[in-house]
Design a protein around this ligand. Sequence first.
Ligand SMILES: Nc1ncnc2c1ncn2[C@@H]1O[C@H](COP(=O)(O)OP(=O)(O)O)[C@@H](O)[C@H]1O
Ligand SMILES: NC(=O)OP(=O)(O)O
Length: 322
Amino acid sequence: MFDMEKTIVVALGGNAILAKDASYEAQKVAINRTAKSLARLVRKGNRLVITHGNGPQVGNLLLQQLAADSSSNPALPLDTLGAMTQGSIGYWLANSLANELTDIKPSIATVITQTEVSSDDQAFNDPTKPIGPFYSESEVAQLRQGNPNFQYKDDSGRGWRRVVPSPQPIRIREIDTIKKLVNNQVIVIAGGGGGIPVTYRNGQLVGVEGVIDKDLTSAKLAEQLQADELLILTSVDHVFLNYRKSNQIELDNLGIEDAEVLISNGELGAGSMLPKVMAAKSFVEKRPHARAIITSLDNLSQNSDEQIDGTIISNVSTGKVL
Ligand SMILES: Nc1ncnc2c1ncn2[C@@H]1O[C@H](COP(=O)(O)OP(=O)(O)O)[C@@H](O)[C@H]1O
Ligand SMILES: NC(=O)OP(=O)(O)O
């Protein structure tokens, strides 16, 4: 499936980084495994731009900050914590990739990325982005008493999590730098956690408290880099119709109109699969000869290079959904 020398934007989902627990050791094991799959793409001559989620990590970092003595060690704002997770996850990925590719010794760079958002974005009034650990409903009731300003929501039936504003990405500030790096055969890790949300206030660029969806930012990255492929790696190997119902159907191919139907008819989990299909659709609309693939990391590592299995979103409608 992967031809030579494509530019591929790879969006790494949560389980590519945090599979077992939130310890450094467990996250490094998951990232080492992820790096093995990514290395195969590099060996085939593809140019890779890697972006990654940070929901669990940024939420955990926030909890560590809040647990510290605020008079001597004040908690840092969420935009700064987002930058810290870009640094830590970028370092882990660059380190694991370097160890995987000792024979070709590629140049690898992590770009601390700022993503412009609108200060008027409705998301600031309606937090939706789940971060940090999962809680039971009774734990959430207790947490609400401790801090009534924090909001929690059920995360796709998997448990309750704190939610923060998730504004729409408008522009990736470092796109020109990323382009130069890609054109010079550098493997780039960028837009981690969707990028640090920034906006203009009184003529100054300032960070704002929120966490951008990394799938939406990856679509912007892929579009602006004129990528050939947007590869979204997550925990399921396909997008499904009637997900988790007895009549569940695996979707191999989706056209733009099919994706539109899925987006509007509530087939996709709001904080989970919906942004992935939206990102894929947005990318192939802007790049009609390119394609997006939603699949699992396992699928990527288990299938032969020519036969990766997953949901392919392209300009061609199959009529399976419509
Ligand atoms: N229609 C659907 N098809 C496939 N997966 C779906 C669908 N609706 C919701 N999901 C859920 O979306 C999840 C992937 O989203 P998420 O876990 O947020 O991704 P990430 O890997 O980026 O952290 C899957 O594990 C699955 O439970
Ligand atoms: N920022 C972001 O989208 O993170 P997750 O993918 O971990 O939710």
